[in-house]
Design a protein around this ligand. Sequence first.
Ligand SMILES: [Cu+2]
Length: 127
Amino acid sequence: MTNFIRRSKHQRVLVAVGSLAAIVACSGTDTIQPGPEFPMTLDVFTPGNIFSPATADIAVGGTIRFRMTESPDGDGHNALFNRSVAGAPIDVPIVKDTTVSRTFTKAGTFSYFCTVHPGMNGEVVVH
Ligand SMILES: [Cu+2]
C-alpha cells in the first residue's frame, strides 16, 4: 500500500513536470522574437557613377555609410536629399575617397542624387 502511494506520487510528479515542460515549450515558441527585419547600418557604394544599392533599406534610427570612392573621371560625388520629405538628413557634400554617414530617424523614402553626375540617383527607405 505504501509502495503504491509512493509510485502514485512519483507518477503525479512526472505528469506535473511533463506538463510544465510542455507549457514552457509552448510559451517559448510563442515568445520567440523575430530578428530585426532591416539593418541598422548599411553601406552605399559608388562603383562607376551609380549608387549601389540604388535602394537602401534600413530600420528607423539606422545609418547609411556613403562610401564615396573616386569616380572613373576622377571626380567626387555628393548626395542631395529631397528637402520636401520630413526627416531628410543633411546633404552629403562633394567628397572623394571619403565615407560620410547619415542617420535616419523617421520612416519614409528619402531620394537623393549626385549633382556631379546627372542620372546618378538613389533612395533610402527607412522602415
Ligand atoms: Cu556622382
